[in-house]
Design a protein around this ligand. Structure first.
Ligand code: CA
Ligand code: CA
Length: 227
């Protein structure tokens, strides 16, 4: 709730800035037209100078720019908690992608969202990996996508079975691909991309076994949100 109201405050500020910016732009444009003699009485020599008339235009551009920036901030703040990081639709997309790949591999993919992580992200991700029972798969082929939503940090962990099969640098590549999308605010797209990459690797090395079971539930787990 705390973050929701913060986001609302920023959004309000953004709208005020955008309104002021638009106002200044329109005023500046009118001054400019007057200065150029396009509008106004031709008999008056009391025209603003072209340069002076430009001031409100610049001011308007700066205010509108700040407004757009604040609007972007409001969106990222609103999406900064484990509960708001994904919309219901996006969560469905992510879970569908996990389910899709788990028909092609015995491997298990999970997503965990946490608010803030104190200190080492990877250490916390390993701890969650254990807590979720992800080290208990028969072939040690669980893959966890771990997101610290408030910190805007992300890690991906593969268990020993899959880790032994993928080339060096594979996980870094996955992190880079996902992070690039997260940076644009495309959280579901980022996760889906990561699931695709990990899923293809799992499918290549761990095809479905006869009588394969869903060893880990296809759900998104969420940690406590510290504020
Ligand atoms: Ca399975
Ligand atoms: Ca599963």
């Amino acid at each position: 709730m705390e973050h929701h109201s913060t986001a609302q405050r920023i959004r309000l500020t953004a709208n005020v800035l955008l309104a002021l910016g638009s106002g200044a732009l329109v005023t500046g444009a009118l001054f400019e037209l007057q200065a150029l003699g396009v509008i106004g009485t031709t008999s008056s020599w009391d025209r603003p100078s072209v340069i002076e008339a430009f001031v409100p235009v610049v001011l308007g551009l700066v205010l509108a720019g700040l407004g757009l920036y604040a609007r972007g901030r409001a969106i990222s703040v609103a999406r900064a908690t484990p509960l708001t990081f994904l919309t219901a639709d996006e969560e469905r997309q992510v879970l569908d992608e996990i389910a899709l790949f788990e028909t092609r591999t015995s491997g298990e993919i999970r997503v965990h969202l946490e608010g803030h992580v104190e200190g080492d992200l990877l250490a916390r991700a390993r701890q969650v990996f254990e807590e979720l029972g992800m080290t208990a798969t028969a072939q040690r082929n669980g893959v966890l996508f771990f997101v610290a939503t408030e910190d805007r940090r992300f890690a991906v962990l593969g268990d020993s079975g899959i880790d032994a099969q993928v080339p060096r640098g594979f996980w870094d590549d996955v992190v880079a691909e996902v992070s690039a999308r997260f940076r644009e605010g495309a959280f579901a797209t980022g996760l889906v991309r990561g699931i695709d990459l990990a899923g293809e690797a799992l499918a290549a090395h761990f095809p479905p076994r006869t009588g394969d079971v869903d060893e880990l539930p296809n759900t998104i787990s969420r940690g406590e949100t510290e504020s």
